[in-house]
Design a protein around this ligand. Structure first.
Ligand SMILES: [Zn+2]
Length: 107
């Protein structure tokens, strides 16, 4: 028996043990599906962050962000971090608008 054959045989022998640690084919397929789905549908936090200014302004203008920026909207529904960021930003924008408005009225 060559060294390669011995090595190969040992690998097969060890395989059942390592298979216990790995995903079952069904789990692996589900996982893959989730990854594919998330790549198609979801934005990353960074991407949402880039849209957040625009998104908050649209919300303040009363536009339908769920239709206009559905991916950002979906991410904000799912991600507490980004939602917190969005809420802080929209408060700032609203405060700014009030200041602008007051300045126009008095200026
Ligand atoms: Zn996020």
């Amino acid at each position: 028996m060559t060294f390669f054959n011995k090595f190969f045989k040992r690998k097969i022998k060890n395989n059942p043990e390592s298979m216990k640690m790995a995903f079952s084919p069904v789990q692996a397929e589900k996982m893959l599906h989730m990854i594919q789905l998330s790549q198609e549908v979801e934005l990353s936090c960074d991407e949402v962050h880039d849209l957040l200014d625009q998104y908050a302004e649209m919300v303040i203008r009363g536009e339908n962000v769920a239709n206009l920026l559905p991916l950002a909207h979906y991410h904000l529904e799912m991600c507490p971090d980004c939602r917190e960021e969005f809420e802080a930003l929209s408060l700032i924008l609203q405060a700014q608008q009030k200041i602008d408005f007051t300045a126009k009225m008095t200026g």
